[in-house]
Design a protein around this ligand. Structure first.
Ligand SMILES: [Zn+2]
Length: 279
């Protein structure tokens, strides 16, 4: 059980903004019949519910600090029992001040991945990480700005659109290299422009998976979609190809909605099925 991993020169640190919490499997996976979870009971809590959190990651390489996603944000969040996100406090406890962050990589434009992008003090809006550029996937920028999508996406005006006026927004394609070791990998389906973060360093590989998967059962059941997957067939296709690659190439994998301490691991094969080996 670790909240950190090292891949070549890159240190990966796991953080939580809100959680751990749990939800009924049918709430998160509306198309998966409850009995199908029988094989994956070991991934559920004692009530048969799915544990989850709102998490994010920090990468440290060559003296630079990169945040991957920014959690649900300050709150209070009614849907989470009226609590507020703890991302900044948790970063600080690990010795990372907001001013230390050089880059913010956003895997996709859902509200629980962009929540701490900006800070409001009355009418004043400022970037929460004042020395950072914020990198946002092009496909998601285009999708969530569409006339029929934007009105249903309150997190866009709240946490994403102001980045442009603040002059800190960079819209990036797939295969964009932030550093020689850190690149965006297109993993579409959960959202149209969803990008995982590919780390290649010292002959080792890691992936910050964003929401390409949410729980261990999906390592094997790659066609299980969460309700929030925007394009379900594409999400399943992407997940299937991704799991093949993560397993065959021995990736270190980080998954922000899995619970802290168990959300950095490897995709291994056990008794003929894909399984999760916590690092
Ligand atoms: Zn999402």
């Amino acid at each position: 059980m670790s909240e950190r991993a090292r891949v070549g020169n890159v240190e990966i640190m796991a953080f939580v903004d809100i959680g751990p919490n749990s939800r009924q499997t049918s709430q998160v996976f509306p198309d998966v019949p409850t009995e199908k979870w029988n094989e994956y009971k070991h991934t559920l809590n004692e009530d048969g519910d799915l544990p989850f959190q709102m998490g994010f990651f920090a990468l440290r390489v060559d003296g630079k600090t990169i945040i991957v996603d920014t959690g649900l944000g300050k709150g209070p969040h009614e849907a989470m029992g009226g609590i507020s996100g703890q991302a900044l406090n948790n970063l600080e406890k690990s010795g990372i001040a907001a001013t230390d962050v050089d880059s913010v990589l956003i895997t996709h434009l859902h509200g629980d991945h962009v929540g701490w992008n900006i800070t409001r003090d009355g009418d004043e809006i400022r970037p929460t990480f004042p020395n950072a550029k914020y990198f946002v996937p092009k496909g998601d920028w285009e999708h969530f700005n569409q006339a029929d999508v934007l009105p249903n996406s309150p997190h866009m005006p709240a946490s994403v659109l102001p980045l442009q006026d603040l002059g800190v927004l960079e819209i990036v394609d797939d295969n964009f290299s932030l550093t020689p070791e850190i690149t965006t990998l297109g993993t579409p389906g959960h959202t149209p422009g969803h990008q995982s973060t590919l780390i290649t360093s010292g002959g080792e590989k890691a992936l910050i998976a964003g929401d390409a998967f949410h729980t261990v059962a999906q390592l094997q059941e790659t066609d299980w979609n969460v309700g929030f997957d925007v394009d379900k067939p594409l999400a399943a296709k992407t997940r299937g190809a991704l799991m093949d690659r993560l397993e065959s190439e021995g990736f270190t994998v980080a998954a922000g909605h899995m619970v802290l301490g168990s959300n950095i691991g490897k995709v291994i094969r056990l008794d003929g099925k894909r399984s999760w080996q916590v690092l």
